[in-house]
Write a protein that binds this ligand. Structure first.
Ligand SMILES: [Zn+2]
Length: 231
């Protein structure tokens, strides 16, 4: 039985892309939410500016696509026994170090948890079907959740299917503590993550429709985090 003390690794830095989202996905881009449609193709992301941190996402690219430095890639390769796969990121600027996109081939579901499921920010795009579930713990903010019986044996792994607005990188808490002490990684934050029993899961959570016009009316643009429920 794997250890169930987990963290979800987060970033607070972004690279600037100079490639269109539509060129990176099999079905182009969703005219409603701006996300890539279908599967990620084999075209590399080209960035005009690489991040200063070891972990970042790519500005303006949805679904959220984390990229990692060479240093963090080596750690994740070892921690996942080679199961996490990567694709090189191209750049048009001077390269200080190499960056790699994490390829999302996760089969682990992200779930809605009874008592924590936050309806107002759990959304689905009415056009392409990409979705997002939010669980919130009072005073502690956003917490990601997976099923206990889906925790793999590896020290780090991915969770979140390809039709989500993004996936996340998870790690065994004790292992990650050890790595953070050993290596001087920049900009990698350990966020809240839990594994729950099936009885704690909402199997058919009611997701709000992502309403483009409502967002515009409120002057918020196309923010994926701004959601409006049907009720
Ligand atoms: Zn969409």
């Amino acid at each position: 039985m794997p250890d169930i003390n987990l963290v979800s690794l987060q970033w607070n830095d972004a690279a600037s892309k100079c490639i269109e989202t539509r060129d990176l996905f099999s079905g182009g881009v969703c005219s409603w939410c701006g996300s890539g449609i279908g599967e990620r193709n084999k075209t590399s992301i080209t960035c005009s500016l690489l991040p200063k941190s070891d972990f970042a996402d790519v500005h303006g690219l949805s679904p959220f696509t984390p990229i990692v430095s060479d240093k963090l890639r080596e750690i994740l390769k070892q921690g996942s026994n080679g199961k996490i796969k990567f694709r090189p990121v191209e750049t048009t600027s001077k390269k200080v170090q190499s960056f790699f996109e994490i390829i999302n081939d996760s089969k682990i579901d992200v779930v809605a948890v009874k008592g924590l499921f936050y309806k107002d920010s759990s959304i689905v795009c009415p056009k392409c079907g990409r979705w997002q579930i939010m669980n919130l713990r009072a005073g502690k903010g956003f917490v990601e959740a997976i099923r206990k019986n889906q925790i793999p044996d590896e020290k780090c792994f991915l969770a979140g299917s390809h039709n989500k607005f993004g996936f996340s990188l998870w790690a065994d808490k004790a292992w990650w503590k050890m790595i953070s002490r050993r290596d001087n990684l920049k900009g990698v934050v350990a966020g809240s993550a839990i594994a729950v029993d099936d009885a704690e899961i909402i199997s058919n959570p009611k997701l709000g429709k992502y309403e483009k016009d409502e967002c515009r009316k409120k002057g918020r643009g196309l923010l994926l985090t701004q959601a409006f429920t049907e009720e």
